[in-house]
Ligand binder design. Structure first.
Ligand SMILES: C[S@@+](CC[C@H](N)C(=O)[O-])C[C@H]1O[C@@H](n2cnc3c(N)ncnc32)[C@H](O)[C@@H]1O
Length: 1009
């Protein structure tokens, strides 16, 4: 089989991808993730770019085609001349250094036209990715089509080359792209993006909730693509109905309509439980701002409750005292509101006040005994109530709740009102029937509520919430009936073929819409339970899954399901239909429930996947929260998916000691299962494409100092290799802001790594440790140069360099040491890091003598003062002199001390053309000075003057960044990293603004059109 290297096995525009991922985090409107919560979703930008880059060929595969294009060739020839010039300078240096004490490396092979052509073409592909990752382009057909065209071009090349392959018919059909599969599909980011890129997409997951989310993402929308809605309101409105129904917009319109229908029905059935609140004269006493409302009834946005227990003080034994973690209701400046308890008649009542409380600390603390994390004091007596007592009271069924405040909809914003006995009584009058009765897991990752007597999922909800959620769940079923009738009336086939059996008539439409309606109920459940916090800054209810856990909450907000604010059915339905408006995929999608360790779906498909990581998230336990409601509303639609009372847990790949008996057993279970799952991928995935696997670092790992060889990482790598994979790339991806991480002085590790894997050949040879090292030394330096030319951020370089290193290691079936013992993955990683360091150090050889001196000095002393004598000795070794360095303008010498000049001390009027002793060191620091004081355009002016020397400066900035990072000099590192990252923009500006001289033209030519 003729296999080509794919782009992802050589280079990636990581910076653009990372930036897009960070930006995407802030986006909600239209984002498919709002359909349904899933924990630890991957950004769509990462998913899209990775799948694209694993499907398109690296240009080295078709350099002959590029060479044959006269325009491309001419452009490359210009660029090659510039590169050649640099290389010649390096050769001269190496020659001069021969026989001296200087360690100047061989400059390596001369740059070639083919290399330059391939680099240029890579830049073109990078630009496609840079467009592709932008959120604004998610539905931009022109951008998506450009990406699809590239995928097809590579595919046709593969088909042509493999036309004679014995399995060509099955594997290389030039009219049909291979399909995509993600066996750990979760929230569906990867299958959705594959589908957007034009691939038939398959998603599988063990968890029925995840399977359903994937149905909603990739299976249902294309089924009803371009179809008009079936609801009578839109059909009756000629103008509206006649519009174009792009993608899933018809479906969106139906979800919106039937969501509204459910709301109206619920109003009839349970409206009395959600009354408006009348503002009385009594309430307005001492609250002049309430005067305009007196006598009026306002819509309640939320009721705010505090849990209660009996006072531990015998004198107040009958009083249920509140567990209020704060009395502050709104902390918005100028809009402060708070609760003030009034103790009277052997009991207490709550009043709501506005303005800043006199006792600000007390109001902030509520009835807590100290700051956050502490337990409570009895409101009546001040007696401490330790957590142990609260647990006992709760388990004995003696924990209650007291209404603290009512939040209502005012003319301009929220109005906070004192509680009324009527409001409390109405809430207490709710009598749920038939609420889901599933048990909570007795112990689970991040679950604390069981310690407080909650043993069933229903215990997380108030009686009123249970009544409402059961009503809404039942209404999903009724809506389904209604939709079916409306669809038949609209002329759809009256077939009984449901969605699950591939139907697309009236029954299937009804099933499809019901899924999104049921998702709206899940969203309501998420903000409609007693673990929902009131956010005093945003003045809204905060859903219970801020973390991947269910911790206990003492005071909670109960939003009004029938209002329009956060937590209401209106808001929930909006988030169910809004993303559908943007879903325009037409390729087939299928989502199924399968265990990744045994699944067969992968067969000849392209795979990108994001497996669970150790004990990070207990998906199965957490998702029961949703399962119990989905099961109630959708069991008739998907009887197989909801066959069990709770989410299946036994095969879930998570290392939880609760489930497996001990930490060791849990880890073994996880690793064995993961190896099996990976093995299936290695065996079945389409052989023409690498498999990409996301590895997520645990939160705690990303802060440790072991860098790229921490335990979890090498164990995971070992499992992947053990499963039959060879590694051909390791790309760090970040969704956190790097500047913040560096500013905090942490070792800024990626939040996840993309592993690029190929099936290892069965005939892979063994190698000795020495052979392995020799190969590393030969292959890592050019790979490094490649990465740097791709403008990878220095912070990512060490991690990305592991890819080519691991490619060498996994090319062999085994690497054996002198005693014929296998060299472990951990040891191999150490050797790769060591070779990487050497290769970077060797690059020093390309620099002028002053720069080499400054580098060594800087490594030891930074910009601090050091001994003149040491400086002088070093200058001899580096073939320069202290006075010369002072004359060159990079060093200050006074009495017996010297120090390097920091960028801000450098003269602003510096002109490289007038500098008779120009060094790379000077160039870098003047560029930083210009960048920091005048921005990218000022730096661009300098780049124009520096010409090809700017390229050497960029290399030096890398080196300096790596050095600072190793030495933990965070602020210096930031400056060098900043320069490298701004470089493409600086060069672009230089190209546009400057009038390059002949030789400068060469530097800028690579990106010229
Ligand atoms: C990290 S998540 C995937 C997240 C997804 N990429 C996204 O963007 O939302 C891992 C998934 O693996 C699933 N999983 C765990 N064990 C599994 C197994 N044995 N077979 C299939 N899926 C499993 C979990 O249910 C979870 O959805």
């Amino acid at each position: 089989m003729k296999l080509y290297k794919k782009l992802i096995e050589v280079a990636l525009p990581l910076e653009a991808i990372n930036k897009a991922c960070v930006r995407e985090k802030a986006i909600r409107h239209g984002h498919p993730s709002t359909l349904h919560l899933w924990w630890a979703r991957r950004p769509l930008a990462a998913a899209r770019s990775v799948i694209f880059a694993q499907m398109v060929d690296d240009p080295s595969a078709y350099v002959d085609v590029l060479r044959a294009d006269p325009k491309l060739r001419k452009k490359a020839e210009v660029a090659l001349r510039a590169r050649k010039k640099l290389w010649d300078e390096a050769c001269v240096l190496a020659k001069k250094a021969k026989g001296s004490a200087l360690a100047v490396p061989e400059p390596g092979p001369a740059p070639t036209l083919d290399d330059t052509l391939a680099d240029q073409e890579r830049q073109r592909l990078f630009r496609i990715i840079e467009d592709l990752v932008l959120w604004e382009n998610t539905t931009n057909e022109a951008v998506l089509q450009a990406a699809r065209d590239e995928i097809w071009a590579s595919w046709r090349r593969a088909c042509a080359e493999n036309a004679d392959h014995p399995r060509a018919k099955e594997l290389f059909d030039r009219k049909r792209l291979p399909a995509f599969h993600d066996p750990f599909a979760g929230g569906g980011a990867l299958p959705l993006e594959a589908q957007r890129l034009g691939l038939e997409s398959y998603a599988s997951d063990l968890n029925p909730v995840a399977v359903l989310i994937n149905k909603a993402m990739i299976e249902i929308p294309p089924k009803f693509a371009e179809k008009p809605p079936v609801n009578p309101r839109t059909r009756a409105d000629r103008n509206m109905f006649a519009r174009e129904w792009k993608g899933a917009q018809g479906l969106a319109d139906d979800v919106r309509y039937y969501g509204q229908w459910m709301r109206d029905e619920a109003q009839k059935r349970i409206g009395k439980l959600y009354p408006k609140v009348e503002v009385t004269a009594e309430m307005a006493k001492g609250r002049p701002e309430l005067k305009p409302y007196v006598g009026r009834s306002l819509t309640v946005i939320a009721w705010l409750w505090a849990r209660t227990v009996k006072s531990p003080n015998p004198a107040f034994a009958q009083v249920d005292v509140p567990l209020a973690s704060t009395f502050m209701l709104s902390t918005k400046a100028g809009k402060e509101a708070y609760v003030e308890p009034v103790i009277e008649g052997g009991g207490y009542r709550f009043t709501v006040k506005v303005g800043k409380p006199k006792d600000a600390e007390g109001a902030k603390r509520g009835t807590k005994s100290g700051s956050s994390g502490s337990s409570f004091l009895c409101l009546m007596s001040g007696t401490p109530m330790p957590f142990e007592q609260l647990r006992t009271e709760a388990k004995a069924g003696r924990m209650g709740a007291r209404l603290m405040a009512i939040v209502a909809e005012g003319i301009r914003g929220r109005v906070y009102l004192s509680p009324t006995p009527e409001m409390e009584a109405i809430a207490m009058s709710a009598k749920p029937k038939d609420a889901p009765d599933t048990d909570l897991p007795s112990k689970a990752l991040g679950f604390r509520v069981q310690e407080y007597g909650m043993t069933k999922w229903r215990d997380l909800f108030t009686p009123r919430q249970l009544v409402a959620l059961t009503t809404f769940s039942d209404l999903v079923g009724e809506a389904r009936e209604q939709i079916r009738r409306d669809a038949i009336a609209a002329g759809l086939p009256d077939d009984a073929k449901p969605l699950r059996d591939g139907g697309n008539g009236a029954t299937a439409v009804a099933d499809g819409v019901a899924v999104y309606l049921a998702f709206a109920i899940d969203r309501m459940a998420m903000t409609g339970n007693s673990l929902v916090r009131w956010n005093g800054v945003g003045e809204k209810a905060q859903h219970c899954f801020g973390r991947q856990a269910l911790p206990m909450l003492w005071d909670y907000a109960e939003p009004n399901f029938l209002a329009t604010a956060t937590g209401s059915i209106d808001a929930a339905v909006f988030y169910s239909y809004d993303p559908l408006n943007w879903m325009q995929q037409t390729a087939l999608g299928l989502s199924a429930q399968e265990d990744a360790a045994t699944q067969q779906i992968t067969n000849t498909k392209v795979v990108s996947t994001d497996p669970p990581y150790y004990d990070n998230i207990g998906y199965a336990d957490l998702s029961d929260f949703f399962y119990v409601w989905l099961r109630r509303s959708l069991k008739p639609v998907f009887p197989d998916l909801f066959a069990t009372l709770a989410v299946p847990k036994a095969e879930e790949l998570v290392a939880t000691p609760y489930r497996h008996g001990s930490k060791e057993k849990a880890e073994t279970f996880f690793l064995d299962g993961m190896t099996l799952a990976m093995h299936r991928l290695a065996e079945q995935a389409h052989p023409a494409f690498p498999v990409t696997i996301y590895y997520a670092f645990k939160q705690s790992e990303s802060g440790n100092d072991e860098g790229t060889t921490n335990t979890g990482w090498d164990t995971f790598l070992a499992a992947v290799i053990e499963a039959g994979f060879a590694i051909s790339g390791t790309w760090p991806m970040r969704t956190e802001m790097r500047s913040r991480q560096i500013a905090m002085g942490t070792n800024a590790l990626a939040s996840s790594i993309i592993l690029v894997c190929r099936r290892r050949s069965v005939s892979a040879p063994t190698a000795t440790r020495r052979e392995f090292l020799t190969a590393l030394k030969a292959e890592l330096p050019p790979a490094l140069a490649h990465l740097q030319r791709g403008n990878i951020a220095p912070v990512d370089l060490a991690q990305a360099a592991i890819g080519p290193g691991m490619a060498v290691y996994t090319r062999y079936s085994k690497v054996l040491d002198a005693e014929a013992k296998p060299v472990s993955v951990r040891e191999a990683l150490a050797l790769i890091n060591q070779t990487f360091d050497e290769a970077l150090a060797a690059q020093e050889g390309d620099f002028d003598a002053d720069t080499r001196w400054a580098l060594t000095w800087f490594e030891q002393s930074g910009f601090d003062e050091g001994d003149y004598g040491i400086a002088e000795t070093l200058s001899k070794a580096k073939n320069t002199s202290v006075q010369g360095l002072v004359d060159a303008g990079i060093l200050r010498s006074s009495r017996s001390k010297v120090r390097l000049l920091a960028p801000k001390e450098l003269p602003t009027a510096w002109d490289p053309a007038a500098d008779s002793r120009l060094s790379a060191w000077e160039s870098v620091h003047h560029l930083i000075r210009a960048l920091e004081s005048g921005g990218e355009s000022a730096a661009a002016d300098l780049v124009v003057k520096l010409g090809v020397k700017a390229e050497v400066a960029r290399e030096l900035a890398y080196r300096l960044y790596t050095l600072c990072e190793r030495k933990k000099r965070a602020s210096d590192a930031l400056a060098y990293n900043g320069l490298v990252q701004s470089f493409p923009e600086i060069v672009r500006l230089a190209r546009e603004g400057g009038k390059p001289k002949a030789e400068q033209g060469a530097l800028f030519a690579e990106t010229e059109e």
